[in-house]
Ligand binder design. Structure first.
Ligand code: ASP
Ligand code: MG
Length: 445
């Protein structure tokens, strides 16, 4: 069985929902479908919750009314028969009644999560009703019955597998199974979610639980590109990435895939394919365990980076020094992205500058501290195992006219990172594209 996930824009209008229905049924094979909320809905639900936190029920009601009108219009466009129009309208009326019920009581994050969950609950109900109206043998499974996080708010794969297997056994023989992305219950059984953009994660967890043949993430572009198409000319979809390369890229910039999403698929060894709903026959990008020896696949950039240098002739690199420095970052819950060391100094990059002042104050105990802001990490991703020779020269050559603040290689076999000024980002990305991908681009890769 394949698992297919569609994001908010892919279910963003009745037209797009019909397109989803045709994409999930066209192979005729059994398919498990994970849907996001219609685009904009999650944000609107959060806006409603914000009004309620601020004890402004009138504000909340106004937003609820506008959203309801929009959904009711969708019903007329989506369904052909009165039977399904009435059925879906009744369902949506009860949904909006439910949302209004929160405008009366005490409001906490528990209630907020119940509100935010309704986006996916509405989109999946609408699509399953549409499929059934079209005569497709489709069933809606509630993610709240099997998606669960543990006490650390991490997904609980053994629980998910056990529950979902039992539910699938009770619902044998359907062509299409549909469920909500993003939403789940926590370890105490309360409604919760996998954080913004979490539907990819849901799809990956379900793929692993069902031991699916493939997980297909449908979006609006034709896969992961070898560079940022908004910044650089002539980028191309990368046909294949291994899981590590995809994780590096997802983390370092390519917004197409949620970085955590890849993990469950990776551990279960299930390929993840990225496809474009607008061009369903295009190849897209496949992410799997295959390593293409020595090939540089893509570059990506991450903005808003701050570099911090600590220089000290005495203490540096003495036993325990790094630990003390890292503890300072840890105590301010500030993750470190890149590090570079020398005998007399240490540079660290962070992307969260909330506690920069406090961190710098504490670091001053250990030496002279300098800070560079408005920096950007450029990362080159591919099979960069150290036994392959030559790729460092290529990457460095591309950076020959660009001031480089830090370089990091050797942390994984899959990436070299350069820290440059944000102002030089475009030049750096373009130069890397020209040098690394020009020939493959010309061939359409
Ligand atoms: N609807 C949720 C969000 O907007 C989850 C998702 O779409 O992945 O973040
Ligand atoms: Mg998304």
């Amino acid at each position: 069985m394949k698992v297919m996930k569609f994001g908010g824009t892919s279910v963003g209008s009745p037209e797009r929902m019909k397109n989803v229905a045709s994409l999930v049924t066209r192979s005729g094979e059994q398919t498990f479908v994970v849907l996001s909320a219609m685009s904009g809905t999650t944000n609107t639900l959060i806006e409603i919750a914000d009004y309620l936190y601020k004890k402004n029920p009138e504000g909340a009601n106004e937003v609820i009314n506008t959203l309801e009108e929009k959904y009711m219009q969708h019903v007329d466009e989506l369904y052909a028969t009165d039977e399904y129009k009435t059925k879906t309208r009744q369902f949506l009326v009860s949904e909006f009644e439910y949302l209004r019920s929160f405008t009366k009581d005490l409001f906490t994050s528990f209630e907020e999560k119940c509100i935010v969950a309704q986006g996916e609950i509405m989109s999946t109900n609408m699509v399953v009703n549409y499929l059934q109206e079209q005569g497709v043998h489709a069933v809606l499974l509630s993610a709240l019955d099997f998606m669960r996080t543990d006490k650390n708010a991490e997904p609980d794969p053994p629980y998910i597998k056990e529950k979902l297997s039992a539910i699938m056994a009770d619902n044998e023989g359907y062509q299409i199974y549909i469920t909500q992305g993003f939403i789940c219950r926590n370890a105490y059984g309360e409604v919760d979610n996998l954080l913004r953009g979490g539907s990819d994660y849901t799809a990956s967890l379900i793929g692993a639980a069902l031991n699916a043949e493939e997980i297909v993430i449908w979006t609006d572009i034709d896969g992961m590109h070898n560079n940022d198409p908004r910044i650089v000319d002539k980028t191309d979809a990368v046909q294949q990435l291994n899981f590590e390369e995809a994780a590096e890229l997802a983390y370092f910039g390519a917004k197409i895939l949620h970085p955590t999403c890849i993990q469950p698929a990776k551990y279960a060894g299930i390929p993840v394919r990225l496809k474009n709903t607008m061009e369903p026959d295009a190849y897209g990008t496949i992410i799997d365990n295959v390593i293409v020896r020595g090939k540089i696949k893509a570059v990506a950039a991450k903005d808003n980076i701050v570099a911090i240098k600590i220089k000290s002739s005495r203490m540096l690199l003495a036993t325990g020094f790094l630990r003390k420095v890292f503890e300072i970052f840890e105590s301010y819950q500030t993750p470190i992205d890149m590090i570079a060391t020398s005998e007399v100094g240490l540079s660290i990059s962070i992307d969260n500058a909330t506690h920069l002042d406090e961190i710098v104050d504490e670091l001053k105990k250990y030496g002279t501290v300098t800070v560079d802001t408005d920096m950007c990490i450029i990362c080159v991703v591919g099979d960069l195992d150290w036994s392959n020779v030559g790729f460092e020269t290529l990457a460095l050559d591309a950076m020959k006219d660009i001031p480089v603040r830090m370089i990091s290689y050797g942390g994984s076999n899959y990436n070299i990172s350069f820290l440059v000024r944000e102002a030089d980002k475009k030049r750096a990305l373009q130069s890397l594209s020209n040098l690394l991908f020009e020939t493959t681009c010309a061939n359409g890769n």
